[in-house]
Ligand binder design. Structure first.
Ligand SMILES: Nc1ncnc2c1ncn2[C@@H]1O[C@H](COP(=O)(O)OP(=O)(O)OP(=O)(O)O)[C@@H](O)[C@H]1O
Ligand SMILES: [Mg+2]
Length: 315
């Protein structure tokens, strides 16, 4: 990035870090990351999209970036000291890409120290928003980036397989959050055990873990309660085709509270629309091509809801 581009922006605070995850592959994480990023950039925000699907990166294709000569892997391989140096511009003003495409197989699973360095350096990037597009699944790397974000977006589609994976993602990320922040070895071990559904304590859900901890005394129990308050992902339903599909989002919110004891906010939905496929084929983000389409309006409403949520502190 040139000095001139840099000085156009006056950063008042550290970039807001958003993560887009969801457990299941092909639910629209990259599509949503791309188009939410375009919308924010169009509002004049400086936005960096970071492709953390390191084994299957394709954010560059969604954005139509062909001249890809740098990315996250160059930073991890220490070809660049600063992450900022690995940014590439996109067709959209104010929107930059940190690509996850790489030629080194080792990079698909960064080591713990590399992940920490990446997260530390992310905070130094000059931007208003950094949106992380996570890979599918619930690997520790994916969960850790999700947990590190201050806005956690969980994408699902209204189909049983995706719903099942979303629940698994919610459960795993909550357990992982406790393990990461707890300094009590006994609690960390118990959470580790709870991740195995055949554990000897019969703990099947976060709610049952909290009940079990209550019996063990206030120290661990209070800490786990605090983590429950802190855990507040937003659910997004994509590829919605009917009003009944939308109800799935509300039902999942209710089920998370009832069975997991966790608050997951259903933040909005995006309809199924052939324009998405067309935009991918054209390698042009939908929001640059058809912002006023029905799906364009869904995306604008969704972003409005997400931003609104940020103004209200968690209760
Ligand atoms: N709202 C939608 N309407 C129609 N098609 C959609 C919609 N959202 C996504 N798709 C299509 O679904 C496919 C998967 O989308 P995308 O690549 O964004 O998913 P993903 O969750 O990032 O997948 P992966 O886990 O493999 O990275 C794409 O072919 C895309 O065109
Ligand atoms: Mg993707």
């Amino acid at each position: 990035m040139t000095e001139k581009q840099k000085t156009t922006y006056s950063m008042e605070q550290q970039a807001k870090l958003w993560a887009v995850g969801g457990g299941k592959g092909g639910v629209g994480k990259s599509f949503l990351t791309t188009n939410i990023g375009v919308l924010l950039a169009k509002e004049g925000k400086r936005v960096v999209l970071m492709d953390l699907d390191l084994g299957g990166a394709n954010l560059h294709t969604c954005l139509g970036v062909t001249d890809l000569d740098r990315g996250v892997s160059d930073f991890l391989m220490r070809r660049y000291e600063e992450l900022e140096e690995a940014l590439v511009p996109t067709q959209v003003p104010n929107l930059f890409l940190l690509s996850g495409a790489q030629d080194s197989l080792n990079i698909a699973n960064p080591k713990y120290a590399q992940k920490i360095r990446l997260l530390r350096e992310l905070k130094k990037i000059e931007a208003d928003y950094i949106l992380m597009d996570l890979g599918a699944g619930t690997s520790f790397n994916t969960l850790d980036f999700f947990i590190a974000a201050d806005t956690q977006l969980l994408v699902a589609i209204p189909e049983p397989t995706s719903i099942e994976n979303a629940y698994r993602f919610i459960k795993s990320s909550f357990y992982r959050q406790i393990r990461l922040y707890s300094e009590t070895p006994e609690l960390r071990d118990l959470v580790e055990e709870s991740m195995d559904r055949n554990n000897r304590h019969g703990i099947r859900t976060p709610r049952e873990l909290l009940l079990h901890l209550k019996e063990l005394g206030p120290e661990m129990s209070d800490f786990a309660e605090q983590q429950t308050e802190r855990y507040r992902p937003s659910l997004i339903l994509n590829q919605v085709r009917s009003n009944n599909d939308i109800k799935v989002g509300h039902a999942m919110e209710t089920a998370c509270l009832k069975y997991f004891g966790l608050s997951v906010d259903f933040r909005g939905y995006v309809t199924n629309n052939d324009l998405v496929r067309r935009s991918v084929l054209q390698r042009k983000p939908l929001m640059t091509q058809s912002p006023d389409s029905e799906i364009g309006q869904d995306l604008q409403r969704l972003l409005g809801n997400i931003l609104q949520r940020q103004k209200v502190p968690p209760s």
